[in-house]
Design a protein around this ligand. Sequence first.
Ligand SMILES: [Zn+2]
Ligand SMILES: [Zn+2]
Length: 241
Amino acid sequence: MTSERHTVEHDLHEALGGAGCALCALLARSVRRAIDALTYEGVTDVDVRAEIRAARGLCATHGVALRQARQAFGAALAYRAVLGEVLRDLAALPAEPPRGLRRIWRGARRAPLAGRRACPVCDHIGEMQRIYCEGLIQTLQRPGGREQLAASAGLCLPHLRASLASAGDAATIATLRSVHLARYTLLADELDEFIRKRDYRFAREPSGSERDSWVRAIEALSGTPGLHPAAVVDSSPGGTS
Ligand SMILES: [Zn+2]
Ligand SMILES: [Zn+2]
């Protein structure tokens, strides 16, 4: 546990020194590792193969990550197993629509051919996000932690939300708030400058750091696909959306 905490702290320390949201960077690495585990261990590991079979494959976003990993053999084995399940589901599909079909379709997991569990990579990212958010809160509670966050690129909005939800004390909430008020205000100023220069009267002015502010604004406010498990729609029976 102590060494795990040490690793999380070390990871955060490095990621806060990089470009962009530190949690996005760490979770992107977690996705790559999960995909590697799936394609290497999935060849031999019964549990890993069972998870992806039960989910009837990865979600679309993590399916793209699997394709990009280009582990053709591991992917072929995993998805051959998934296809076996889907073929069995299809063969067993009732000829008549079940009663109360509408109600059933509302909950995606209960829809025809739905998997029995969520995408295993989404689950893993949810767990890693919880671990890194807790690590960040602990970092902020130590001397120099606030300065480290303030010197970083700041968190994207989805990870700021997740961190605020993990923060249990007023001082940590105040730190997250003040650091991001400053970060997001800078971004707003750059967007204002970008928008001002679109006016024909100022269009001849040379562009500065604001030139890619619109890209950074999308990244900061929308986050990165596949790294925000909390945003996944609750598709469990009885889920509200
Ligand atoms: Zn992020
Ligand atoms: Zn997923």
